[in-house]
Write a protein that binds this ligand. Structure first.
Ligand code: ATP
Length: 462
């Protein structure tokens, strides 16, 4: 297990960012809960995503569709037949692994073999590779031949006319967008090109575990379907503009280091048959370069499939020319939890015996922490409390701490990623000024209480 990932996992648990799900019963595989600080960070990411991609734009609308849809949806989309991973089993322990992951790990130990592109391999080619190289499980045991394992979770609606009916927990949020395409057209004033976006839970019966919240059974996606007229639209330019929008969100809005980001174009063999172009925006996680955010030109595949399976006309009618056609679509799809993990990894710094989460203020679970210099002086505590209330009244996320000494409180807020700490001391009682300490520089400023709100606003919006 990776050292940096271990450190981050420990910090996340200790400070209430992330807990293992059902820990008191021994945990549930690849499942995590978000604690008091974690849920704030998660909500901040979702709020920023929504603001940037829905609220701020004139060509986007939002949606919130259900987790369970009519099962025909997943037949039409192709998930029932081909949403699968190559599964192998350790013949001794019966632990399950993804064949492509075992091959990836094997190749890392055999760097002389360079011409293998795992993404291009069919399940039979993986089987042959595993056999030829006698690849073992991580426990050193023989493994079974890979077989296709469907990732959709199945469940059943209550008894209907004596029969159980199978439904699936959605494997992606996108299909709820396609199936509401006509509703959005009929109920709003959207005109092509336009997009529909939503944030919501998706479920995949993932085989692997051990990469913290990178790959979980239950996760949140932020998905956009951007519809356009294929006639007269330069799709390559449109695709590029969405890549730029994704890049801007990650680097500028979330403040992630560009050295830790790169684009990877899907190979022709790897790409879905209906897609004309697909890129992954990858982040350099502690366990390697991995997909953070995918963008695909899905053509008119999904709408056409739903037209065929539902029998409903999902065409668009151009209001000027009267021409009817099925729009094409570009899909940027991200995992909110992967953005979360990236934010933790990218902001984690250890310096001068301090562990600091250098999160952008917009992401930080708490923006300011307020301390009375000492906890046993009533006047100081009362004054500090009035400052705490003032900041709260201005909708700032404020923490309160009166335990231990100031130094320990600073260390504690550094770990939580709080950008500023405000200390109320004896001078405050005389001149109404407070000390504001900056998390990243540790510099301290003396500020009038009446100027505090403007001070934080200027730093927050710089
Ligand atoms: P991967 O190859 O890593 O399994 P994918 O290509 O299957 O991902 P998509 O179907 O394109 O993923 O889903 C869009 C986004 O949803 C991904 O870029 C990723 O950020 C996120 N995502 C997918 N599966 C998971 C998961 N099991 N846990 C957390 N996030 C996920």
């Amino acid at each position: 297990m990776n050292n940096l990932l271990d450190q981050i996992t420990a910090l996340a648990k200790r400070r209430g960012f992330i807990y293992p799900t059902s820990e008191i019963y021994g945990g549930l595989t690849s499942s995590y809960d978000y604690g008091p600080l974690g849920v704030e960070l998660l909500n901040n990411i979702k709020r920023l995503w929504w603001k940037e991609f829905i609220t701020k734009r004139d060509d986007m609308v939002g949606l919130d569709s259900q987790i369970m849809l009519r099962p025909e949806t997943w037949v039409a989309s192709g998930h029932v037949t081909s949403f699968a991973d190559p599964l192998v089993e350790d013949k001794v322990t019966n632990k399950r692994y993804r064949a492509d992951h075992l091959i990836e790990a094997w190749l890392q130990q055999h760097q002389d073999i360079k011409d293998v592109v795992i993404e291009n391999m069919s399940i039979d080619e993986m089987a042959e590779f595993l056999q030829t190289h006698a690849v073992k499980s991580p426990d050193g045991n023989d493994i079974t031949r890979p077989k296709s394992f469907n990732l959709l979770f199945e469940t059943h609606l209550g008894v209907v006319a004596g029969e159980k009916s199978t439904v699936y927990l959605r494997g992606e949020t996108a299909q709820g967008i396609f199936s509401n395409f006509k509703n959005v057209l009929d109920s709003t004033r959207v005109k092509l090109p336009f997009g529909i976006g939503q944030i919501g839970k998706s479920f995949r019966n993932e085989i692997t575990s051990g990469q913290f919240v990178f790959r979980t059974l239950e996760f949140e996606q932020g998905e956009i379907e951007y519809f356009f007229d294929p006639e007269g639209t330069d799709w390559e330019q449109l695709f590029k503009s969405w890549q730029d929008a994704m890049w801007h969100f990650v680097t500028s809005t979330l403040g992630i280091n560009i050295e830790n980001l790169r684009w990877r174009k899907h190979t022709d063999k790897e790409r879905s048959h209906y897609s004309k172009d697909t890129y992954d925006l990858e982040y350099h996680f502690p366990f390697g370069w991995k997909e953070l955010w995918g963008i695909a030109y899905r053509t008119d595949y999904d709408l056409k499939q739903h037209i065929q399976y539902s029998g409903v006309d999902l065409q668009y009618r151009d209001p000027v020319s009267g021409r009817t056609f099925v729009p094409h679509v570009i899909e940027p799809a991200v995992g909110i939890n992967r953005l979360f993990l990236m934010a933790l990894v990218d902001s984690f710094v250890e310096k001068e015996k301090r562990t600091v989460l250098q999160l952008k203020p917009q992401l930080a679970p708490k923006l300011v922490a307020v301390f009375p210099l000492v906890a046993n002086k009533e006047e100081l505590v009362a004054k500090a409390h009035s400052v705490y209330k003032l900041l709260k009244a201005h909708d700032l996320a404020v923490a309160w701490d009166e335990r231990g000494n100031i130094g320990k409180r600073y260390l504690s807020q550094d770990e939580a990623g709080t950008p500023w700490c405000v200390t109320i001391d004896y001078d405050t009682l005389k001149d109404d000024t407070v000390t504001v300490r900056d998390r990243d520089t540790t510099k301290q400023d003396r500020i009038k209480i009446t100027k505090l709100i403007d001070y934080f606003h200027s730093l927050f919006f710089e």
